[in-house]
Design a protein around this ligand. Sequence first.
Ligand SMILES: *[C@@H]1O[C@H](CO)[C@@H](O)[C@H](O)[C@H]1NC(C)=O
Ligand SMILES: *[C@@H]1O[C@H](CO)[C@@H](O)[C@H](O)[C@H]1NC(C)=O
Ligand SMILES: *[C@@H]1O[C@H](CO)[C@@H](O)[C@H](O)[C@H]1NC(C)=O
Ligand SMILES: *[C@@H]1O[C@H](CO)[C@@H](O)[C@H](O)[C@H]1NC(C)=O
Ligand SMILES: *[C@@H]1O[C@H](CO)[C@@H](O)[C@H](O)[C@H]1NC(C)=O
Ligand SMILES: *[C@@H]1O[C@H](CO)[C@@H](O)[C@H](O)[C@H]1NC(C)=O
Ligand SMILES: *[C@@H]1O[C@H](CO)[C@@H](O)[C@H](O)[C@H]1NC(C)=O
Ligand SMILES: *[C@@H]1O[C@H](CO)[C@@H](O)[C@H](O)[C@H]1NC(C)=O
Ligand SMILES: *[C@@H]1O[C@H](CO)[C@@H](O)[C@H](O)[C@H]1NC(C)=O
Ligand SMILES: *[C@@H]1O[C@H](CO)[C@@H](O)[C@H](O)[C@H]1NC(C)=O
Length: 460
Amino acid sequence: MMPTNGSWRSRSLILSLLLAPVTQAITIDTNDRQSVIDAASEAAYGMMTWYAGNETGQIPGKLVDTWWEGGAMFMALIQYWHFTGDATYNDEVTVGMEFQAGDGDYMPSNYSNYIGNDDQMFWGLAAMTAAELAYPEASTGYSWLSLAQGVFNTQIARWDTTACGGGMRWQIWNWEAGYTMKNSISNGGLFQLAARLARYTYNDTYAEWAEKIWNWTIASPLIDTATWEVGDSVSMGDNCTTVDSTRWSYNYGTYLSGAAYMYNYTNGSSEWLTAVNGLLTATWDTFASDTYGNILTEFECETTEICNRNEILFKGLTAGWMALTALIVPSTYSTIVPKLKTSSDAAAASCTGNNNNTCGVKWYTKSWDGEIGLEEQMSALNIFWSNLIMTSNASAYAPVTSRTGGNSTSDPNAGSSDSTDKTSTLKAITTADKAGAGILTALFAVAIIGVVYWTVAGSE
Ligand SMILES: *[C@@H]1O[C@H](CO)[C@@H](O)[C@H](O)[C@H]1NC(C)=O
Ligand SMILES: *[C@@H]1O[C@H](CO)[C@@H](O)[C@H](O)[C@H]1NC(C)=O
Ligand SMILES: *[C@@H]1O[C@H](CO)[C@@H](O)[C@H](O)[C@H]1NC(C)=O
Ligand SMILES: *[C@@H]1O[C@H](CO)[C@@H](O)[C@H](O)[C@H]1NC(C)=O
Ligand SMILES: *[C@@H]1O[C@H](CO)[C@@H](O)[C@H](O)[C@H]1NC(C)=O
Ligand SMILES: *[C@@H]1O[C@H](CO)[C@@H](O)[C@H](O)[C@H]1NC(C)=O
Ligand SMILES: *[C@@H]1O[C@H](CO)[C@@H](O)[C@H](O)[C@H]1NC(C)=O
Ligand SMILES: *[C@@H]1O[C@H](CO)[C@@H](O)[C@H](O)[C@H]1NC(C)=O
Ligand SMILES: *[C@@H]1O[C@H](CO)[C@@H](O)[C@H](O)[C@H]1NC(C)=O
Ligand SMILES: *[C@@H]1O[C@H](CO)[C@@H](O)[C@H](O)[C@H]1NC(C)=O
């Protein structure tokens, strides 16, 4: 029985006051697996305080003022479940993933008029992740694999040859700014999805598409295979000859991931290994240099504190793709693990806000920077689960294929019955709709500057 006398109580009060700041912060010991799991759990909990889609009257899978981030969020939670075994959020994930599926291709009619290729892609990648991590199938609805195939099928139908010799446009609709641009995340996203479908299904048609997108990308200025720098976008106005070279980590990450899956699919081709190693080195050198203590940093916006919601997510997505790369390109494991650990420790130090483990934007300062949000939590969650590949049975966590335990049902024709991806069903678009939709990155500003630049240049 505990003593109940006054002196014990006051002692315990003083103790708890002393301990409070310490126990409230995520003190992560990366060498202790449970400690990393606890950190991931805290980050996930904080993230889900921003999600009301499971409440009565709310829309499953829809986050306030953004549609695409729902896909990114569920992807993070599927990976969290896979690496920790904690199924707390699985019901919300499954319901939300099915609710937003549209006709099996993530073009739900409420949002399909302003969804960009990259927005749709993130949901497709979430579904692919579910298939590869053997996440339980929904009792009714689309299989995870078929949803990924639905996104693939609807996207390859949009492959655009009107300029630049091919490539995916950023936007699907001509009323969206960015319709005349081709960008890395859209092309790199489809490249990654195609490579993952190839590896999971062993159907070479997907691999041919991955190769086609890769070939187009490296022939364009988006990827420089001498330096492995990855640009953000090119404009159809000049036939994609000039690149916007703003550096965003997820552009590197998505091509890295696709190359890693192709390496694995081809049973270890040296060409793909060269791409993996080149992109991996460039990613660390660009986003986790000595300047930032070797900690992942979205330097284009973090150092000046101008990151928008989307941009806050990039480095966490990139970390996750690197973690999966380590599992399917085993030669990269020993370089990736310690680097993820450095970023994970720093992220934990940033998750010390509000006395309740609120995570900040900047990890490299190793302290909370006063920021709070869904995206901060999601990025922290992503770096924490990524760190869980650090275990002696890491290979047991590798994404599966249809021959190694994956049994998600295939539907090669998924998405072909889509009824929303057609101009005939257009609805009036409100400003609020638009705010709720696309990846409205700094690209927007860049696009406008680009347009002005070309107008000026053209009038000379
Ligand atoms: C942490 O505290 C802040 C400020 O009070 C609050 O807005 C936020 O919802 C809290 N987060 C969690 C996960 O409790
Ligand atoms: C919604 O999910 C959260 C956990 O993220 C949970 O706390 C809450 O009770 C759920 N609400 C409903 C109505 O199921
Ligand atoms: C579409 O919007 C309506 C009206 O807000 C809502 O009731 C419905 O759940 C939404 N469906 C999806 C898939 O978001
Ligand atoms: C545009 O670029 C593509 C790919 O490099 C090339 O095949 C095509 O000839 C170019 N078109 C023009 C008009 O320069
Ligand atoms: C991609 O380029 C390589 C090297 O030039 C070539 O061998 C391959 O056939 C191309 N693949 C596709 C699908 O175009
Ligand atoms: C990889 O190896 C497996 C097993 O030997 C074989 O079935 C498959 O065809 C190979 N894949 C490629 C792309 O060569
Ligand atoms: C492909 O990934 C698996 C893990 O699923 C791994 O065991 C295998 O060694 C990888 N293949 C190659 C060629 O590295
Ligand atoms: C890896 O090993 C740990 C410790 O033995 C065990 O708890 C866990 O279930 C294993 N994971 C997998 C995916 O086999
Ligand atoms: C598919 O695999 C999962 C996980 O490995 C398993 O729980 C499930 O029973 C399997 N389903 C079928 C139909 O074999
Ligand atoms: C392979 O994928 C392609 C493209 O989706 C599809 O047309 C074809 O039927 C698939 N082949 C098999 C054997 O599933």
